[in-house]
Write a new protein. Structure first.
Length: 219
């Protein structure tokens, strides 16, 4: 298969498996999405979705959020981990939104990435899912699968994002990054991986990865 054929196979397979793509993090607007994505760093979507209803019941907008203290925010979000940093980030970005953007989340990578505790991946998710602006946020699933599929060398997430944007048409980025995440969770996880169920890797995967998989099964 050529690289072009591999890309087409990935897109077609994922569209068949995920014609309707669920959004992993529960939210109702750009602000609540921004907070949810910030909370998801080194945590799980399931864990975040348990915490956000409690937080958003008290404050689902920046004006109410800054009425809480950093300590109050930290206490609510403690179960997702990294709560000292995340609580300061939530409070800090909420204050910036009020001071500089009339409480509205800006539609700009540069502005979003200037907020405390907001990196490129978080900004990309918000731009993509809240505003429909083409972006390709790379999480651990996408990073792993792009390497397994021999579509990236897997050295770092920045390179993986660059490769994904180069290979896949811009018009599919927003759906595709979510489809790859779901596929990674359901068919190509890091642990408990069954290659026979992972049709994409089995069809186009990096040969060394496939060989290593069968070798581990024999040992």
């Amino acid at each position: 298969m050529t690289k072009k054929e591999k890309v087409k196979f990935v897109i077609n397979t994922l569209n068949t498996l995920y014609p309707n793509i669920p959004i992993p993090l529960e939210h109702k607007d750009p602000y609540t999405l921004l907070i949810a994505v910030l909370l998801s760093a080194q945590s799980t979507d399931v864990g975040v979705n348990k915490v956000t209803p409690l937080l958003f019941k008290k404050a689902d907008n920046p004006y109410d959020m800054v009425k809480l203290s950093v300590e109050e925010i930290r206490e609510i979000i403690k179960p997702v981990g990294l709560s000292p940093m995340k609580s300061k980030g939530i409070y800090g970005l909420s204050q910036i939104l009020i001071d500089k953007y009339n409480g509205k989340v800006p539609q700009s990578f540069e502005a979003l990435e200037s907020f405390p505790s907001v990196g490129h991946k978080t900004a990309s998710v918000v731009m993509s899912q809240a505003f429909g602006i083409p972006a390709f946020p790379v999480d651990t699933h996408i990073h792993r699968l792009m390497y397994r599929w021999n579509l990236s060398n897997g050295k770092n997430v920045a390179q993986t994002e660059k490769d994904a944007k180069r290979l896949f048409p811009k018009e599919v980025w927003n759906d595709l990054h979510l489809q790859v995440i779901w596929y990674g969770r359901e068919y190509s996880p890091a642990r408990g991986w069954d290659l026979d169920k992972d049709i994409i890797t089995k069809t186009i995967g990096r040969q060394s990865v496939i060989n290593e998989y069968y070798k581990s099964k024999k040992s």
